[in-house]
Design a protein around this ligand. Sequence first.
Ligand SMILES: [Cu+2]
Length: 282
Amino acid sequence: MRLAIGLLAGVSAAAGIGAMLGFDGQALAAPGIAEDWQLGFQDAVTPVMREITSFHNFILYIITAISVFVLGLLVWVMVKFNAKANPTPSRTTHNSLVEVLWTVIPILILLVIAIPSFRLLYLQRDLPKIDMTIKATASQWFWTYVYPDHDDLSFDAIMVEEADLQPGQPRLLTTDNVVVVPVNKTVRVIVTSNAVMHNWAMPSFGVKMDAIPGRLNETWFRAEQTGIFYGQCSELCGVRHAFMPINVKVVTEAEFAAWLEKAKVEFAEADAPTKLAVNAAD
Ligand SMILES: [Cu+2]
């Protein structure tokens, strides 16, 4: 009985600490960017990330309970059955009830984990009805974006070096051109690479998709709030792996239309490939 109370206290303490540290994905994180000493996820901005966060929290309770339970059993055995406390050990070799329990209970736990896990997997993999498409192509070491639904508008997004940062722009996370998308619209992202493998990852969108040469991968997001959100390449791709960030700016539909008009002119003029400039800098 005392053991059971101890276990319960342990589980609830762990859950309390988890909540304090912001594992609910709400408490500490600023939207769109990681904070110093942050432990939990960045704030969820899409339905997929919301589901990922709640699935993570759910699993955290289960693994905490299992860890505390096993630790409790170990301590109990050490105290109660050591040579001094229990000089003549029992010679029991079988106990059908215990054996059935330690088979059936883990199976049930796995089922309880598997069902929401598959539901989440299908949410990520099954594209809903999409409103627009963006193609992200990785190079060493920057991203090129194409808007096939908007006259193939296309531009490179290259990291802004530390010396050139404007006030408020985060180091290693800011790009010269940003991906602009409308809020509350389902955006399909087609991801590929013309160099080695890279990965288009946006933590607050719950998106992490490999960019593989010769292959088109697709994923989707629907950002539910406006603002600027930061991501990075998440595949070890070479010496400048840490220097090919992703900026997605979510704006209202009117702002998006205005940006499109401006961008079509701006990027048509700046048609000279920035790739050459980058290679020259290397
Ligand atoms: Cu990369």
